[in-house]
Structure formats: C-alpha cells, structure tokens
Design a protein around this ligand. Structure first.
Ligand code: 6R9
Length: 663
C-alpha cells in the first residue's frame, strides 16, 4: 500500500476505543435516534439485504412528497444507471423550508456569523420562505426556466443559502463555484455547465480581507457569451464595474416580487445540482446529483450520523463552494428543520478563538470541520479555547484523515470529553457520509472512520489483481458493492467519463479512488487517494490540473506536480518544472509560475515549492515517473527502485541536486 504506512494489524492493537461519553448522553435532549450498536447492526443488515423495504420506509419518513413512488430503485453499478424513487415527485426547497415555515415560522433557520463578530443576524424559517420566494421570482423573471443551470459565485452569507433554495424552487439546477476560484476556473465551469445566469456579490469579506467577486465574474464572463444576466448582492458597497442590461442589483429586483411562489413539482430523478470536482485528468468534472436520492442522503445522515434533534443548533465550518457546505451547511440541517450557522469568516480572525466563541455564544450542539483547521488551532495553543461550549454533543471531522493526536485534542480540549467525535468519510460523488460513526452509538478509534452507513456495502480490493479481499485485517483500495440513494448520477455532459472513473475500474463496483484498510474488528481506516488527486487543507486538487496551469506559462516546457505530506495542510503541492531554452532561472520566474497557478485555478492551489529542473524523469515511452519525484522529496533516494527504464537515468541525480540546493 501507500508509502511508509504502518500495517493495519499493528495499528489496530495500539489504538484505544472511545465509547460515546456518558456526559454527552446526560445532556442529550432525549436519547439518540438509534439506541445501541445492535440496533445499528440490525438496521444496517436490513439496508443491505432488503434495500427496497428499508429505503422505501426512510424515503417516506424523512421527505415530503407531492406524489408517492412505487419503485424504490432500479439500475445497477455495472451499468451506471441507478435511479431511486422513480415515480416520486417533490421539491427540495419545499422540503427544506415550507414544511418547517408552516409549522414553526419563528424558528431560527439561519444563524449568520459575519466576518466581523457581532455583525451577524438570524433568519427564521418564515423569513427564509419569503426571501427564497422573492429570489425565485427574480430568477424566473430573468429568464431562468426549469432545467436551466444557474452558476453561484458567492461568499458565505445567508443569501448563498437563499440563492440555492430559490434556484431549486423553480426547478433549476445550481452550480456553485467556490468563491476562491480564479476567473479562468469560473469561466470553465460556467461554460461546461451551460449556466445562463450568475449570482454573485459586489465583494466578499473574509478574515478582514476583501475579495473582488464581481470583478472576477466580469473577467470570467468575457468569454461566456451564453450568460444573459448577473444578479449582484450588495455586500460591501464597493464601487464596481457594471454592464447595463446584463447586471441587476439583488436588492432592487427582489423587492418587486411577491413573498410567495409555489414550488415547481420535480421528478425524483430531476437534477438538483452540479458541483465541479477534481479528478485524475486536467479537466474538472461536473458531478451531477439528483433530487430525491441526494436529499434523502442528507436528511438520513443528519438524523443518524449527527443525531440531530429538533432544538439543535448546527455549525458546519465548510464553505458552500464544496460538497460539505452543500450537504451539511444547507441541506441536512434545513431538511431536519433545525438552525444552521452560515459563517463568513476564518477560524483565525479576529483571533484563534473565533470558532469557540461562536459555539459558546450561539449554544451550538454540533460542530463539523476539516482536520486542517483543527491542526491550525491546536498549534495556536489551548489558551485560545477559553469558552465552555457546554451545549456541544457532537464534533465532526471531514475531508481528510485525522491524526490520532489531533482527534484526541478535539475530544479533550474542544469537547472536554463531553462530546462524541465522528470522523466522517465521504466524497462529492457520494453526496453524504458513507463510512462514519453514528453519534451517541458507535464506539470510535481515533483515525478510523469506523463503520459503513446504511446501504453502503464496502469492499477492499486488491489493486493488482482487481479481486475483492474478504475477511478482516486487510488492506487495499476502497469500493462499494451496491448503489445508494445519494450517489452521483453522472458527470455532466461526460457520462462516459463517469463510467470510466467510477464503474469500469472494477466491474460491478463503485471505485472511490481511496486506499483503505479494514482492521480486525471490521473498522475502516482511510489511507488517502491512490490516484493523482492531492488533498491540501481538505481541498481536493488534481495534479494534472495544476500541471496544465503551469504549462500555460510561456517559459515552461514540461511540468510534473506531486503531493507531499505537510504538517499543517495535510498535503502540499510541489511542482517540478523544466524550462524552455533561453529563459533565465531565478526567483522571479519561480514566483511567476506560482502566480500562473493562482491565476489559472485559485490561490488555494498554489505550489508550496517550485523546483526548476533540467528535465523530468520519464520512461522511454515518455511517461513522467512522479513516483521518483515523490521519493526524492521524501529523502528516500535509496529506495527509487529500478531507474534503468528511464530514458535518461542521470536526470535523477540532477533533480536530487536541485532539491537539496533549494532546502
Ligand atoms: C467530503 C469531501 C473526497 C476525498 C476522499 C478522501 C478524502 C474525505 C475523509 C477523507 C479520510 C475522512 N476524505 N473525508 N479521508 N478521512 N473522514 O471531502 O469530499 O472534496 O470530494 O473529497 O477526501 O480522499 O476521496 P471531496
């Protein structure tokens, strides 16, 4: 398996098992939705052996339908044609807003924590329904029709949630682009998704810094002739460029329209959203999720993984630009009718206590964040964790493996041993948590995502033979054997790529792209990606995409990008670049190359180191051997293996020298 990993057998004997803390159960408003591990096992068994019965019941229990379904599921992993609740009809915004607004209009839906502390506000379910309706009217009047795609380039403000729900209320499809992506990336996603309208702000505000969102949209749209309109929410009041006839101010438009619009009735399998994610090729994939299955995954995991109850106050620190924000800032908490925090800022602004202050002041019961933020805050020091946060029952982790010492810090220092830590493994493509403890139920081992969620039947596959490895104490790559409701249905406009990436690698299985072990007790340990994807601060990046960005630079002949482990960000991007003759190699060039990546993808993808080398290690057929670059960076030159297959074996020594000189 992956380089330098301890075998799972040894690991399994050293780790402690943590049971849901008694203090968490003592402060519970009633009792966890699932009573015991045995009850989980029994429900799990039913979900695997009688999926129609299980999911039919769950679908009817958790979602409100305009029309009931007859068929729970059709299709197979083999054919990549899974469909769920096929005759059913429903609307996502009705499920997230109306049904709660009818019963409980004054209940808080959104807790907005602005970048500056104390500048936030709350929105009730009643207010949310009115805001969503007016915005839905506005989009409709701008020409958005059922089935159209609307691109969303918004910071973390309540209007981001309002926008998503307004889009799906009228049967359109949202395509959120993280507001840290560059104009080029935004352009590519707008074009690929065929977006007709873009929603943005004049500027964004994060960690005390301003982000010129509208300017970036303008630059992107220069090459997007099919975008008819831009809806602009005024966040800071900055002076911004304006294209009359195309651009509209949010506040001027929404006040024209009534505060109720009937939700469009959608089929269960109508698309709900596109979300672009990185794969092993240079071009990002527009992962498509459909309505009922996705919503059920969000609601189910909200209820059973996080054990959400009616009066809970849920805070997921993810950005709505990524899947975590979609499922756990927006859909899961709102489907369950609880209050969700929209946090505009960063964990370090105005100081490292910001998360803890929010949790304490807002009486947060559930907190969910990526280990990268925890590493930063752990390093900042325990003195910043001053507040009691006495309402916390569940602490979630997501996006990357969490090291045991960070897990323990989360449990002991943040949670004061009164909250259950749930390390949730999932992906953009899975829609919702797939391997995860259930809060209040599952015993946990720091660093293990533990056991499969309902309907998920994991398989560990030998990557060499392609055969499934049965039994415990095994190591391989992770795949799933059965379809589940919230799995992605296609890659937009590239169904062939969907089949090749997920279903044709191991026939009959969904392939996750991750390495994993199953220990002696059947617990899963996620090892990380086995493809060309790097995980920097929980952001999923493709090495091929960064290489493509570097090659756009006039001086670059060839580029190879690898991920190396990094104390703070989990992994960091390191680039090896061969320069065309006639260019000077100096720091200015290195800086320029980093700028090139920032411009082409976004600041978060910038390489931490750029090594300018005379040539890259290549096989005689021209394939770049990234494995060798990884070994050199890890200082394992003695473990390079056979280099005689390289077209020029002497390049290894030359690259080695460049790396050593730079350090
Ligand atoms: C939700 C999300 C997916 C990739 C995934 C894996 C890594 C996510 C993890 C984890 C270890 C966990 N990953 N959760 N690794 N433990 N609890 O992050 O989606 O951005 O699509 O990334 O993230 O490598 O394949 P996405």
């Amino acid at each position: 398996m992956a380089d330098g990993k301890t075998p799972v057998v040894a690991e399994a004997h050293q780790v402690d098992t943590f049971h849901p803390p008694q203090k968490m159960l003592d402060k519970h408003p009633s009792k966890p939705h699932i009573g015991s591990v045995e009850e989980y096992q029994q429900m799990y068994k039913e979900s695997i052996t009688e999926p129609d019965k299980f999911w039919g019941r769950m679908g009817r229990d958790l979602l409100s339908w305009q029309r009931d379904f007859d068929t729970v599921r059709v299709g197979s992993l083999q054919n990549g044609d899974s469909a769920w609740f096929v005759e059913g009809q429903l609307n996502a915004s009705y499920n997230c807003v109306d049904r709660h607004a009818i019963k409980n209009p004054n209940k808080v839906a959104i807790i907005y924590e602005a970048d500056e502390p104390n500048e936030g506000r709350n929105l009730t379910y009643g207010e949310l329904l009115r805001e969503v309706s007016k915005t839905a009217w506005t989009l409709k009047k701008m020409g958005v029709q059922k089935g159209d795609t609307v691109a969303v380039y918004l910071p973390m403000i309540p209007e981001a949630i309002v926008t998503l729900l307004a889009i799906v209320r009228i049967g359109a499809v949202h395509s959120v682009v993280f507001a840290g992506f560059s104009a080029d990336s935004l352009r590519d996603r707008v074009i690929d998704g065929r977006s007709k309208v873009v929603v943005t702000t004049d500027e964004g505000k994060r960690g005390g810094k301003l982000i010129g969102t509208k300017k970036i949209v303008d630059e992107a749209l220069r090459q997007c002739p099919d975008v008819a309109h831009v809806l602009v929410y005024k966040r800071t009041g900055a002076d911004i460029p304006w294209t009359a006839g195309r651009d509209y101010w949010w506040h001027e438009e929404v006040e024209k329209w009534p505060s109720y619009i009937a939700p469009e009735i959608m089929n269960a399998e109508d698309p709900l959203f596109l979300l672009y994610t990185s794969g092993s090729t240079g071009k990002p994939k527009g992962v498509m999720h459909t309505t009922a299955g996705y919503l059920l995954g969000a609601a189910m995991t909200g209820k059973y993984v996080f054990d959400i109850h009616d009066d809970d106050r849920y805070f997921c620190g993810g950005d709505v630009g990524w899947i975590t924000g979609h499922t756990y800032v927006v859909y899961a908490p709102l489907l369950l009718g609880v209050s969700t925090v929209v946090f505009e800022g960063t964990p370090a602004y105005p100081n490292f206590s910001r998360y803890w202050d929010i949790i304490d002041q807002q009486k947060i019961t559930h907190f969910y964040v990526a280990p990268t933020a925890l590493r930063l805050l752990k390093r900042a020091g325990d003195d910043f964790v001053k507040t009691k946060m006495s309402h916390l029952r569940v602490l979630g982790s997501v996006g990357e493996p969490i090291a045991a010492e960070v897990w323990k810090w989360y449990f002991e220092v943040v949670g004061r041993e009164e909250a259950h830590v749930v390390d949730t493994y999932w992906q953009t493509e899975t829609g919702s948590n797939v391997i995860t403890p259930l809060a209040g139920v599952t015993p946990t081992k720091p660093g293990s995502a533990s056991l499969p969620f309902f309907g998920i039947e994991p398989a560990i596959i030998d990557p060499v033979s392609g055969d499934e490895i049965h039994g415990n104490d095994v190591e391989g790559v992770l795949a799933f054997k059965q379809p589940w409701p919230s799995m992605a249905r296609t890659v937009y406009g590239a169904h062939k790529r969907y089949m090749e990436t997920y279903f044709n690698v191991y026939k009959g299985y969904y392939f996750t792209g991750d390495g994993a072990g199953r220990d002696h007790e059947g617990f899963y340990w996620i090892r990380g990606r086995v493809d060309d994807v790097v995980n920097v601060s929980g952001h999923r990046l493709s090495t091929a995409e960064i290489e493509a960005a570097l090659i756009e630079h006039h001086a670059v002949a060839e580029a190879a990008v690898v991920g190396v482990s990094d104390e703070l960000t989990g992994q960091a991007v390191n680039a090896f670049v061969a320069i065309k003759d006639g260019n000077d190699v100096n720091d200015a060039l290195r800086k320029d190359l980093i700028l090139q990546v920032r411009k082409s993808i976004g600041p978060f993808a910038a390489p931490k180191a750029v090594y300018i080398v005379p040539d890259l290690p290549k096989t005689r057929s021209g394939k770049i051997m990234r494995r060798i670059l990884r070994k050199i960076l890890a200082g394992e030159e003695d473990q390079l293996g056979d280099v005689t297959t390289l077209s020029d074996p002497t390049v290894v020594e030359k690259i080695n020298r460049v790396v050593h000189d730079a350090r």
